[in-house]
Design a protein around this ligand. Structure first.
Ligand code: SF4
Length: 237
C-alpha cells in the first residue's frame, strides 16, 4: 500500500474527521471467510516508523481521529498506541474511534475507561456484519459466537459495521440488520462486499437491489455511512 493511502480527512462528513490507516502485527483471528485485508501487517521494526510518519500528518483540526488497522486496535505496537494518545493530547483530539473484535471486548472496555480519565471519548467500532447469527458464524466465520444480544454489544461498542452483498444474503436480512443497528448504535457503516482474493463472491443482483432500493434512503441519514468500495474513506488500496 502506498504511503499516501494511509491518511485521509473528511471535512464534509456528518462527523468531520481525520482517518489514519496504520500497520499492526496482524489480526489475531484471520478466519473470516470474506476477508483478505488482514494481510496489511508487519513486524514492529517496520510498522512503528511507518505509523510514526502517518500519525505526524494528523492536525487535530476536527478534534476527531479515526484509527484503523487491518484487525483490532490492540494489534498495533505499544509504541504506536502511546503515540496515538500523545497526538490526541497535543492536538486536542477529544474523540477517538478505533475498531476491535468482539473477543477483545474486555480490553476495549478497559481502554474506554482509561481514555475517559484522559478526557478523550473513545468510540469503539465493531464489525458485526450481520445480526443473523447463523449466517455470521457459519458462513462468515466471524467468531462472535451465538446469543449475543445487540444491546449487550452496544454497551461497549458505539459504532458497528454491516457487510452486505455476499452470495447467500438477502434484502430481508439486510433490512432487519439496518433496523437493529440503528436502534442500538450511534453510527452504522454499511460495507458493500467487493470481490477479493477469497473464494467468497459478491452477488450482483443483491448489490443492484441495494443501489436502487436502499442506498438513496440511507444516504439521507447522517448516522449511516455507506462504503460501496473499500477505499471510500480515502484510505486503503
Ligand atoms: S476480524 Fe476483521 S481483520 Fe480479522 S479476519 Fe475478520 S474481518 Fe478480517
Amino acid at each position: 500500500m502506498k504511503f499516501e493511502e494511509r491518511y485521509s480527512c473528511l471535512p464534509e462528513d456528518a462527523l468531520p474527521q481525520e482517518i489514519v490507516l496504520l500497520m499492526g502485527r496482524g489480526c489475531f483471528w484471520k478466519k473470516c471467510s470474506f476477508c483478505d485485508y488482514h494481510m496489511d501487517s508487519g513486524p514492529d521494526s517496520v510498522s512503528v516508523s511507518l505509523n510514526n510518519k502517518v500519525l505526524k500528518q494528523v492536525t487535530g483540526e476536527f478534534g476527531r481521529l479515526v484509527v484503523l488497522n487491518s484487525g483490532s486496535y490492540f494489534e498495533l505496537p505499544e509504541e504506536t498506541k502511546k503515540q496515538v494518545l500523545e497526538i490526541c493530547r497535543q492536538r486536542n483530539i477529544c474523540h477517538l474511534h478505533m475498531e476491535s473484535h468482539w473477543l477483545l471486548r474486555e480490553k476495549t472496555r478497559v481502554l474506554k475507561e482509561k481514555m475517559d480519565k484522559e478526557g478523550i471519548c473513545l468510540h469503539p467500532r465493531i464489525g458485526i456484519e450481520t445480526f443473523d447469527e447463523q449466517y455470521r458464524e457459519e458462513i462468515m466465520l466471524k467468531g462472535m459466537g451465538y446469543n449475543q444480544a445487540p444491546s449487550a454489544i452496544a454497551e461497549i461498542y458505539d459504532e458497528c459495521c454491516l457487510l452486505f452483498g455476499m452470495t447467500g444474503q438477502s434484502p430481508e436480512q439486510f433490512e432487519k440488520d439496518m433496523s437493529t443497528a440503528l436502534k442500538y448504535f450511534s453510527r452504522v457503516y454499511v460495507n458493500i462486499f467487493n470481490d477479493n482474493s477469497t473464494a467468497v463472491k459478491a452477488d450482483p443482483e443483491l448489490i443492484r437491489w441495494f443501489t436502487v432500493h436502499s442506498l438513496p434512503k440511507l444516504q439521507k441519514d447522517p448516522r449511516i455511512c455507506v462504503l460501496m468500495n473499500n477505499t471510500d474513506l480515502g484510505v486503503g488500496d
